[in-house]
Design a protein. Structure first.
Lengths: 234, 509, 246
């Protein structure tokens, strides 16, 4: 299943955004397009530990962007059939033109949500709804089909309809549950500091200090001291 | 295929570290160009005496070794002042146009290294008064002090002759609190009246130097200085890593301004005056080595990757016993063998850092193949290093009168030559000196050059032998041992370009 | 770029450019607008950079691409290179067939495209240029394998055209979240190893007599000597944030 790698899951969701504008209230001039408003809302979300996604359990790294359109490939580059077209162009200029890239346009803008998460994706999406329902509505509110989303289950179903399958998902770090990763990072930081600060101590004192350290950091207790999701300062 | 370079077209300081050729004294003079036409005439007059890369000797194609050398380079505002056409000027890379001062955040020149603390000549350059901008650098290297003085007098005459077209900038700090010297004097560190290759922390310097295609000299020098290949051999680096107008390691020509004649055979120079906090260094070494099992000199060696006294690389001489053996062999060796002993090593047998720590100066500025943590993982072992190499030039300045104090006049001026300041110097400074992720060291900085601060105190791990029974040794609260006191980004033109600039005939159309 | 801006000392414009270039990010205009808003760069969250690239592929190539990806994953050399580079947190390729753009409602117009599209999402450490270059130098063949069938893909060597290709097709992220901004992929990996080692050590030797404890503790440190780097905010971005105030 290409979306998974171990217990890590790659969720790629493209939600089409309705065409339309928000009236700016004054009745004068044009309002803001829905897609631009979505972008604006995303750009004003808090960052790092203040991001709404920090409240969504099991989120490793994720991103949002509004896909306006696809690009026309005007840069030069080799093409599989270019030699064949080059030869055929001797006979008709039509072949030279055929070798040029075609121009494509999307008929709708899409809200792209690309998320790297731990565990079962449906559980994740339900958890996301429970954590940040308001933010979800504000971001997805303009999307086709979203009017049918009323609760966690229907949100999960909706996202599944928008989902695309990954052809390749590469995990460079690991697929542990997020609280495990955060705890491990916390321990790495604390233990590094401990090792430096207690260098050269005689055995008995070191062991005592070590015991106090282990009591403080509680390595096996995920609910104990740890890094917070999105934590940006030591 | 051996490549031939146009040696008479390349400035001599690009291929030669004069300090190693018995030029122990130097004076760097900086100019502001007041008038384009007279400035160009001045450049023309200087160019007639510029030292090229031509070989020295008595043979054919060789010229006699001069008593003093002269070389020239320009900042971006300098070339503007010389009235190069705008279409040429915009072709220079962005970081060069901005200059080193504006890049301080990328380089980590903060706190004690911040531009507000630089020597006045640098502090006031590219600020509000255009007459204080550093436009041009002229270097004089001399076999004796008298040779330097003679050349300087010649230079002063040319300045007078320019009738106000150029002006020498003052504002260099020197001995005894002097703040307004009209030049930066440099000289090797002398011990008992004899020149040494040392710098003020006591380390033997100036050993490493990249070897690239076309570089004159003994081809054996490529061992340890070129790029490491899969089969264990060494090959010279592509010329374009260090000279514009030549193919580089990415199989293309480096970004360079138009026309080709302006940039070909030229290069970029990063000039940095680095004050050395000798007192801080000595106190830190004393403190840190008190409990270090290997002792003070070994720990000092661990900071850098070479033993202080003779530059023996730690990977070849990781402890006192092997150092003694190395010294003996070195004493018997001839010049070529000595060179090989000093430079011809790899980290292949030290992938754990037990010999040369991951945060040691040498390993951070040129990791060789050490970033290929899994053997054969990359297209070539030096894949992540080959495009980050730097030619280093320069000399120490000043003298340590009191080794317990920081406030004397002592440091080094280092010039780094590369085809791309952004991709080579700035990358190494930003990612490898002031940061450690590529070395699996998170934020841990390079020990000697890192911009250590109090807000996030620095530490370093001195790795130990994983199969031994010792423990890694930690350096805590590493103080900032080196401070930036000035500098900028320069363009070193070829001889052709110099002549064209002087004649005002650079034309990119 | 207007050269005269340099002389007029328009610091604000330049700090944006400076950040952009140190990070090699794609669009000057967008970076500028971010700086003017007083926000940090939206492609960056702590030590991670979010790259989004969308490129057309010939419709009938999509199944070949899927095959290639499958092969690439099986091919140890590509994987070895990727893993050794260790710059990536998570990365994925998604191929959208010509008719596979999600269609959620009757009144949503159906897409009518000549090409299928490949979406590439990466979360990596280091600067944009470092990331792109490290692939070109470390695993050029692997890189070509993934991108080969894209329209007008220029090959990964020489470099400048490859840089242009990626930049040209890159899309700015509007919101990027990273659960551990102070941790690179290396840090996350080493943290896991350290946690396991510490817990194991505690179970086996935590209560040993002091001398034995010390001996084992030193052994623990030896085994973890590459996992003890101190984590802090990424210096480049944090310093750049201060620069904007100049």
């Amino acid at each position: 299943m290409a979306n998974t790698s171990g217990n890590a899951y790659a969720l790629t969701c493209l939600s089409p955004i309705r065409k339309g504008c928000i009236e700016d209230g004054s009745g004068v001039g044009t309002g803001t397009a829905y897609s631009d408003d979505v972008r604006h809302r995303l750009q004003t979300w808090g960052l790092l530990e203040h991001s709404p996604m920090a409240k969504v359990p099991q989120t490793y790294l994720c991103r949002y962007f509004v896909l306006d359109d696809v690009y026309y490939q005007s840069l030069s580059g080799p093409d599989f059939f270019s030699t064949m077209y080059d030869i055929l162009s001797f006979f008709s200029d039509r072949f030279r033109e055929m070798a040029l890239p075609r121009e494509d346009h999307l008929k709708s803008k899409y809200l792209v949500f690309s998320c790297n998460l731990h565990g079962d994706v449906d559980a994740y999406l339900r958890g996301m709804w429970h954590a940040i329902e308001e933010d979800i509505r504000r971001i997805w509110g303009y999307c086709y089909g979203f009017e049918q989303v009323r609760d966690a289950d229907s949100f999960a179903a909706y996202v599944r309809k928008c989902q695309l399958k990954a052809s390749l998902f590469f995990v460079g770090s690991n697929d542990d549950p997020l609280p495990e990763q955060l705890k491990a990072l916390y321990l790495k930081q604390e233990f590094s500091r401990f090792a430096v600060e207690h260098q050269g101590l005689p055995a008995t004192e070191l062991q005592q200090a070590y015991r106090a350290f282990m009591q403080r950091v509680q390595p096996l207790n995920l609910a104990g001291p740890s890094w917070q999701p999105g934590q940006s300062t030591p | 295929m051996t490549k031939q370079l146009d040696l008479p077209d390349i400035q001599g300081n690009v291929v030669r570290a004069y300090g190693r050729f018995n030029f122990p004294f130097a004076r760097y003079v900086f100019f502001n160009i007041r008038d384009g036409r007279r400035g160009r005439a001045f450049v023309g007059a200087v160019t007639e005496q510029v030292t090229t890369a031509q070989r020295w000797g008595l043979g054919p194609d060789e010229i006699p070794k001069p008593p003093s050398t002269v070389n020239v380079a320009f900042t971006y505002p300098g070339m503007k002042a010389l009235e190069l056409p705008r279409a040429s000027l915009v072709g220079f890379p962005m970081e060069f146009i901005m200059g080193m001062k504006k890049r301080k955040d990328i380089l980590g020149d903060d706190l004690q290294s911040a531009p507000e603390r630089w020597d006045p000549v640098w502090r006031d350059s590219r600020e509000h008064d255009r007459h204080k901008d550093v436009h041009m650098w002229i270097s004089i290297n001399g076999q004796s002090k008298a040779d330097v003085e003679q050349r300087y007098e010649w230079l002063q005459q040319l300045v007078a002759h320019s009738a106000g077209g150029v002006a020498i900038l003052s504002g260099h700090r020197g001995d005894d609190g002097a703040e307004h010297l009209p030049f930066q004097d440099l000289h090797v560190v002398f011990e008992n009246g004899k020149p040494t290759p040392k710098e003020h922390f006591g380390y033997t310097d100036g050993i490493g130097d990249p070897v690239f295609e076309g570089l004159p000299g003994n081809p054996e020098r490529v061992t340890g200085r070129g790029k490491q290949m899969k089969d264990g051999s060494w090959a010279p680096l592509a010329t374009g890593e260090f000279l514009l107008g030549h193919r580089d390691e990415a199989d293309e020509y480096p970004i360079a301004p138009s026309p080709q004649l302006l940039s070909r055979n030229g290069t970029f120079m990063v000039y940095r005056k680095l004050h050395e906090n000798v007192g801080t260094f000595n106190a830190f070494l004393d403190r840190a080595s008190r409990n270090y099992p290997g002792g003070k000199e070994l720990l000092a060696a661990k900071f850098v990757g070479r033993w202080r006294d003779n530059g023996a690389p730690l990977v070849s001489a990781p402890d006192a016993a092997s150092k003694a053996a190395w010294d003996e062999k070195f004493a018997q060796a001839d010049r070529r063998e000595r060179d090989r002993m000093l430079s011809g090593f790899t980290y292949d047998n030290d992938m754990q850092g037990a010999k040369c720590p991951f945060s040691a100066h040498l390993r951070r500025i040129n990791p060789r193949a050490a970033l290929e943590f899994t053997p054969d993982a990359f297209n070539t072992p030096g894949a992540l290093t080959n495009r980050r190499r730097l030619i280093r030039r320069g000399l120490p300045y000043g003298e340590v009168k009191d080794p317990t104090r920081d406030d004397g006049n002592h440091g080094i001026v280092i010039m780094m030559l590369n085809a791309s300041i952004l991709r080579q110097f700035e990358f190494v400074q930003q990612q490898w000196i002031n940061y450690g992720n590529d070395f699996k060291a998170a934020n841990d900085k390079e020990i000697i050059l890192g911009n250590h601060n109090d807000q996030y105190p620095s530490k370093a791990v001195i790795q130990s032998d994983p199969d031994g029974d010792g423990a890694p040794y930690f350096l805590a609260n590493i103080p900032r041992m080196v401070e930036t006191r000035g500098g900028d980004y320069f363009f070193i033109p070829s001889m052709t370009a110099l002549r064209m600039i002087a004649k005002g005939i650079v034309d990119p159309t | 770029m207007d050269v005269s801006l340099v002389e007029d000392g328009e610091e604000a414009r330049f700090s944006g450019m400076q950040i952009a270039l140190s990070l090699g990010a794609c669009c000057y205009k967008e970076i500028l607008s971010h700086c003017n808003k007083g926000r940090s760069m939206s492609n960056i969250a702590g030590k991670a950079y979010a790259m989004n690239v969308i490129t057309p592929v010939r419709g009938y190539m999509t199944w070949i691409n899927k095959l290639i990806f499958w092969v690439a994953l099986k091919k140890p050399s590509t994987l070895k290179g990727l893993i050794t580079l260790s710059l990536i947190h998570y990365a994925r390729w998604v191929i959208i067939g010509r008719k596979q753009f999600p269609h959620l409602a009757e009144d949503q117009p159906k897409e009518d495209l000549h090409y299928a599209y490949m979406l590439f999402f990466s979360n990596f450490n280091g600067s944009w240029a470092q990331y792109v270059d490290s692939f070109t130098f470390a695993i050029p063949a692997g890189l070509d394998l993934f991108w080969k069938w894209n329209i007008r893909y220029p090959k990964s060597v020489p470099l400048t055209s490859f840089h242009s290709y990626i930049q040209f097709n890159q899309i700015q992220t509007d919101h990027y979240y990273n659960a551990y901004p102070m941790a690179s992929a290396n840090d996350v990996k080493s943290a896991k190893a350290l946690k396991a080692a510490l817990i194991d050590f505690d179970a086996r030797h935590g209560d040993a007599p002091p001398d034995e404890f010390l001996k084992q503790y030193n052994g623990l440190l030896r085994s973890l000597q590459h996992d003890l780097g101190t984590m802090q905010p990424l210096p480049i971005v944090s310093l750049a944030a201060q620069a904007r105030g100049d």
